[in-house]
Design a protein around this ligand. Structure first.
Ligand code: B3K
Ligand code: ZN
Length: 894
């Protein structure tokens, strides 16, 4: 398949003014009549019309009223070309599609008997022939016709302007979207659905209609999504002055969906996972995710829809920005400083655990990529999460007000346009009067920069020097990197743990000087910053609030880390200090496990671990201080007590040894559980949240702390812990506690674990999202081996066709259970290859995601590498590979 390059971008030869569509909906064969009014683009030298179309039957093609003969156009490899077209063109196209056999879930498809569409990135071309590219924006009118009994609800973008009955039990609805949009934002929904609706008054006084559409029987699970939508609308008005531009805003939930949700204009389509919630089926994390995703899709209405992308290389223009906006929204919804820090910690965990490895692997790409084979493979953590970090850096550099000025200018200049990442940067720069030429490298260079810190205190001169240097490893296609523009937020703590006022040499007293957190701008390979009037040797707190997406190398003593964990005023770095301390232990323990394995005696392992655990006592004391500090929010304490994940540790070792990492982490967890048993038990009981369930941050934080305590206590695998977990399971009045208890049980030898698992299934058999959890829990269990996962594949409730279900079992195992997935005999890889191949035939996008599980294969020991390579080669040798899977596999093997 061909590679598409950013440098090859050319403007469209024809622009579209209006699109009128008529759908005769039928699952076996849907007929679509489209009228496209186009005119030549004066900026283009070409007069050839290029339309894209895939998996379509072309029934009719008329140009300006005349039917085109096959000799008058060219139809090959997904493109329909009409050469030497006149300046004004009306095309009338009739196509046929088969929605019920569309398992790719792109274009028009059927899910549980209802019709849905997904058009981003290139799904519209599976509906009709069209200039399906985001820089072609047009006004749409859509007529839907279908059987009234089977499909009583007919929805599309914009406003409903007409509806009525037809012959033969059919009916129609006509929708008009008043805003120009690219084809990827087109949507329709038809089916037997019900909605919760509410009238909502905007700050301007205008009234709008809000609806959340679901299948019958799910109306008891829509309130949280509705509340999240209203909060999103209000937040965007308050924080960015952006108002909902439509009279009607709809969210529709669908059970079969490739991604989280989709921001179609006025008709957002959501994975049920990010809509449906009540205390019975959803965990606190589900509630938080729903709020974030509802916010994200709503915020796209301005950042994505009103201003969209010129081409798909600019994807982060809308995604990075919109993720940043949803992160800020979620943080503001909690409201407290500590709540903001907890949200920041969660976001940084994702970045480090998923994006840093991507940046270091075969699929590494910059935030604005230069090339792709399949654009759907580039909806990545780099585009989304690193993109959000890049946007956040503008705010760190310019402040909230400066950032807002930049946003205002961006909309003033580009409303209604399809633009590029450079246009966003230009708006930020022009609104703030700063030169950010070098900052562009965040968009063009892939790879995670490393920043090294050296410090020097001069007691006589009372100066403190920070020398920061930066490097960035090579990535595919980019062997040399130029220095980045890196905002480094720093603070200095005195010996009592208080922040020192900071003044840089050469600065006058007053103004910025005296502040306790300063943002240093590292722009060269190496730079020294000298603070003056520093009366004593301070402890530095660097990269506060994670001010840039970099790896920070700094030599702290254990004592300094414990000091920062106890005192840093920056909650993020306080947490970070604890993580560094724990990582140090865990890496030493991992090495000890490996040494012992080489020596080859079980006895050696015990003693090796005990020796390597020498600093775990200090860690235990530091953790106890946090655990028992009731002035800290429970949510923050939970974050601090959670050890770095196995995936995160893996990235920090030279050669990944998944079993050694797992053993080391389990050993440290057990050691801590033993040392802190009394404190953990006390915290467990002190953080019950009796009474009616509420997903608010305070109550959720208490549950999180209680449940992390339980997860430590179960390490002992004794009767007391078993009883605690069993009682929590039996008495749980919400899914958070139930899942936590079940997780504890299945990772223990508790006598009731099999019964609990069975009961859970019976209790929630009719709740697909809970059955997903049931599969995921088992796939992630410490004891889950390949044979157990293969057995679950045969379970009657399992199907590859539903992405959530496939992810719950297969992805949870391949990505979330490293010690078992990387079994020495290679059985995990054989399983992986089988599933990639099977999914490739069903749903290429989902298959390609799974294909990425072996991205980091070169970082493992030679014996495992060999087995991974042959699994990759087996997939590569399959005939009929989709270009999605082909791109991922060939990059991995390159
Ligand atoms: N923009 C969609 C993603 C579409 C995925 C296409 N494969 C969801 C989002 O980011 O809001
Ligand atoms: Zn998005």
């Amino acid at each position: 398949p061909p590679t598409i390059y950013r440098k090859d971008y050319t403007v469209p030869a024809f622009l579209v003014d209006t699109v009128e569509m008529g759908f005769d909906l039928d699952p076996a064969a849907t007929r679509i009549a489209t009228r496209i009014v186009m005119r030549h683009n004066p900026d283009s030298a070409s007069n050839e019309i290029v339309l894209f179309g895939e998996e379509l039957e072309l029934v009719q093609l008329r140009l300006n009223g005349k039917q085109l003969k096959p000799s008058q156009y060219q139809l090959e490899s997904g493109k329909l070309r009409i050469a030497a077209a006149p300046a004004k063109v009306t095309l009338e196209i009739e196509t046929l599609t088969k929605p019920e056999s569309n398992t790719s879930l792109m274009g028009l498809y059927v899910s549980n008997g209802n019709f849905f569409t997904q058009c981003e990135a290139e799904g519209f071309r599976k509906i009709t022939y069209f200039p399906d590219r985001p820089d072609v924006m047009a006004k749409y009118t859509v007529m839907l016709r279908a059987d009234k009994k089977k499909y009583p609800v007919l929805l599309s973008n914009g406003n409903l302007i007409e509806e009525g009955d037809l012959e033969d039990g059919r009916h129609y609805a006509k929708w008009e979207d008043p805003f120009k949009k690219p084809s990827y934002l087109f949507a329709l929904v038809a089916g037997n659905l019900v909605c919760q609706e509410e009238k909502y008054t905007l700050q301007s006084g205008r009234e709008v209609l809000l609806q959340v559409w679901v299948e019958q029987g799910n109306l008891d699970k829509t309130q949280h999504a509705m509340d999240s939508l209203k909060n999103s609308i209000r937040w965007d008005e308050e924080r960015f002055g952006l108002e909902l531009d439509l009279d009607r805003f709809m969210i529709v939930a669908v059970g079969d969906f490739n991604m989280g949700a989709m921001e179609n204009k006025g008709l957002n389509i959501f994975n049920t996972k990010f809509v449906l919630a009540n205390s019975r089926i959803a965990t606190d994390i589900d509630y938080a995710n729903i709020e974030a995703v509802v916010g994200h899709e709503y915020f796209h209405n301005w950042t994505g829809n009103r201003v969209t992308c010129r081409d798909w290389f600019q994807l982060s223009l809308k995604e990075g920005l919109t993720v940043f906006r949803d992160q800020e929204f979620s943080a503001d919804m909690v409201g407290t400083d500590s709540g903001r820090a907890v949200k920041r910690i969660d976001d940084v965990r994702v970045l480090r655990q998923a994006q840093f490895p991507e940046d270091a692997g075969p699929m590494a790409h910059s935030v604005r990529p230069d090339a792709y084979v399949e654009i759907n493979n580039f909806y990545t953590v780099t585009i989304y999460e690193k993109g959000a970090e890049v946007v956040r850096m503008y705010q760190t550099l310019f402040g909230r007000d400066g950032f807002r000025k930049g946003m205002d200018l961006y909309f003033k200049r580009h409303d209604g346009q399809a633009v590029a990442c450079d246009d966003f940067r230009a708006a930020m720069v022009d609104a703030n009067g700063r030169d950010l030429t070098q900052f562009e490298r965040w968009y063009s260079q892939a790879g995670t920069p490393r920043v090294q810190v050296k410090t020097q205190y001069d007691a006589a001169k009372q100066t403190y020097e920070l020398t920061l240097s930066q490097t960035c490893p090579p990535t595919p296609g980019q062997s040399k990197k130029l220095p980045f523009h890196i905002p480094v937020a720093v603070g200095l703590l005195d010996s009592s743990g208080r922040d020192l006022p900071l003044r840089l040499q050469g600065e006058a007293k007053g103004k910025a000087s005296g502040e306790t957190t300063r943002v240093l701008e590292l722009t060269k390979a190496q730079q020294t910053f000298r603070f003056v009037d520093i009366a004593e040797q301070p402890v530095p707190s660097i990269l506060r609030n994670f001010s840039a997406p970099v790896v920070l190398d700094i030599d702290y003593t254990d004592a300094e880390l414990a000091f920062l964990l106890a005192h840093d005023s920056d909650s993020f770095n306080r947490w970070e200090a604890g993580q560094r301390l724990a990582t140090r232990s865990l890496l030493a323990l991992t090495a000890a496990v490996q040494d012992a394995a080489q020596a080859g005696h079980a006895v050696t392992l015990e003693s090796a671990l005990n020796n390597a655990a020498s600093n775990s006592e200090a860690l235990g004391q530091a953790f106890a201080l946090i655990l028992n500090d009731t002035t800290l929010d429970a949510a923050f304490r939970e974050q601090a007590l959670t050890l770095p994940s196995e995936a995160l540790l893996a990235e920090q070792t030279e050669v990944i040894d998944p079993q050694a990492i797992h053993q080391a982490r389990q050993y440290l967890r057990s050691t801590l559980a033993q040392a802190l048993n009394a404190d953990l038990t006390a915290a467990y009981h002190a953080n019950q949240s009796p009474g009616a369930y509420s997903p608010d941050a305070h109550a959720a934080g208490k549950r999180a702390l209680k449940n992390v305590a339980l997860s430590y206590l179960i390490q002992g695998d004794d009767a007391t812990a078993h009883t605690l977990a069993q009682q929590q399971y039996d008495n749980a009045n919400n899914m958070t506690d139930r899942v936590a208890a079940l997780t504890a049980l299945i990772n223990s030898s508790a006598p009731g674990k099999a019964a609990a698992l069975e009961q859970f299934y019976k209790d929630f058999e009719n709740e697909a999202l809970v059955i997903d959890k049931w599969f995921a829990l088992q796939a992630g269990a410490h004891t889950a081996n390949v044979a157990a996962i293969r057995a679950l594949l045969e379970h009657p409730a399992f199907t590859l066709k539903n992405p959530n279900r496939a992810r719950s079992l297969i992805f949870s195992f391949c990505n979330g259970n490293p010690a078992n997935f990387h079994a020495a005999d290679g059985s995990g890889y054989a399983f992986w290859a089988d599933q990639v191949i099977a999914l490739n035939g069903v749903n290429p996008q989902v298959a390609a995601r799974l294909a990425r599980s072996l991205d980091r294969w070169r970082k493992y020991a030679p014996a495992l590498q060999e087995k991974m390579r042959s699994a990759l080669q087996r997939v590569a040798a399959e005939p009929h590979l989709s270009k999605d899977v082909l791109e991922v596999i060939s990059k991995a093997l390159a």
